[in-house]
Ligand binder design. Structure first.
Ligand code: PLP
Length: 361
């Protein structure tokens, strides 16, 4: 690791691969001898169009996205899609929402403005400490789509199966996209904000089955209408050029790591090492039940709030930063995204063990 850099366990914006940052730095002032940086280019220039199309191509091949689906590079964050999805897909009907955390809850609430929302499940009563089994999902007979969030960034739970539903599957993969292979053909729509596992904040990737576009509610802003965005290849207005370029660099780096298959092996092992410490300990208390745990965001507590605070402080003094839990949940959270090297997880594990020895009464 470069001197003076820390292991950043932030949930998002979050760690990026060092190789990506170095390449961005090297290409910053004079991208491929064109005399300017990517940030300064016209989005309609040949130079940028090449970046755009190669990033899109690379994203398509990385996730093996079938030709039935279009890839959109948008702004507005994952949050804008909480409204964009019902505006485009709900058509005034009913949709099933699985609420397993904060962001799916917000998405369900937003969707209520545009039609009827049926809660297929809500794990809020037990503090979103698990993902429901397939048999627990209450599906409505006439749903236009079934919405869920694959990885709950704040609570630290993750769906380890694709739900079987009688309607179009829609999924928020903001915090686990590109961490494992996905059978995209099973989904009508997948979307993800870039700042967790792909690129800097400012880009949202939407993968949408083209046959679903063209049914937006009449008041839908043009810039949120999937059929318009598809028609203009994400360039109805200025796209987040720099973030798209950065995503391209991340995809190049991912290829050197064995792609999403390679990442899946690494993330399983990285998370396994941290959960092993939690499960071997009577000091730490993991928040999420086995079988529902996220490989990306690990949530836990020490015996007291004072010790949680001491953990955050002492970890930072050891170069392990941003391990504080979300303000909704309190406690601790360590995010282990693609860019976190195994050495980062090992340094965390070592610190956790030492902290327990020092503070266990
Ligand atoms: C961070 C996050 C969001 C919100 O993303 P914004 O880009 O801030 O709108 C939504 N869903 C999930 C799963 C997230 O992790």
């Amino acid at each position: 690791m470069t001197e003076n850099r820390v292991y950043n366990f932030a949930p998002g914006p979050s760690i990026l691969p060092e190789e990506v940052l170095q390449r961005a730095r090297d290409e910053m002032m004079n991208y491929r001898s064109c005399g300017m940086s990517v940030m300064e280019m016209s989005h309609r220039s040949k130079m940028f169009m090449d970046i755009f199309s190669s990033t899109k191509e690379s994203f398509r091949s990385m996730l093996r996205i079938p030709d039935t689906h279009e890839i959109l590079f948008l702004q507005g964050g994952a949050t804008l899609q909480f409204a964009g999805i019902p505006m485009n897909l709900l058509r005034g009907g009913t949709a099933d929402y699985a609420v397993t955390g904060n962001f799916s809850g917000k998405a369900a609430k937003e969707a209520e403005k545009y039609g009827k929302v049926n809660l297929a499940c809500d794990t809020g009563a037990t503090g979103h400490d698990r993902i429901p089994a397939q048999s627990e999902l209450k599906l409505s007979s006439d749903a236009r789509y079934f919405y869920y969030c694959a990885n709950n960034t704040i609570y630290g739970s993750e769906w380890h199966y694709i739900p079987e539903t009688n309607s179009t599957l829609v999924c928020d993969m903001s915090s686990d996209i590109l961490s494992q292979p996905v059978d995209v053909s099973r989904y009508g729509l997948i979307y993800a904000g870039a700042q967790k596992n792909m690129a800097p904040a400012g880009l949202t990737v939407v993968i949408v089955d083209k046959s679903l576009a063209g049914h937006a509610m009449p008041f839908t802003p043009e810039v949120m209408d999937y059929s318009v965005l598809i028609k203009h290849d994400s360039m109805l207005n200025t796209p987040p050029c720099w973030c798209i370029y950065m995503l391209g660099l991340t995809l190049d780096w991912l290829k050197t790591q064995g792609g999403v298959e390679g990442m899946e092996e690494i993330k399983r092992e990285r998370a396994r090492r941290v959960y092993a410490v939690l499960d071997d300990s009577s000091f730490y208390r993991p928040h999420v039940l086995p079988g529902s745990r996220s490989d990306m965001n690990i949530t836990f507590r020490t015996p007291s709030e004072e010790l949680d605070a001491a953990f955050v402080k002492e970890a930072a003094a050891n170069g392990l930063v941003n391990v504080k839990g979300h303000r909704i949940t309190g406690g601790l959270r360590t995010s282990l995204y693609n860019a976190m090297p195994m050495e980062g997880a090992d340094a965390l594990v070592k610190f956790m063990k030492e902290f327990e020895v020092r503070h266990h009464v």
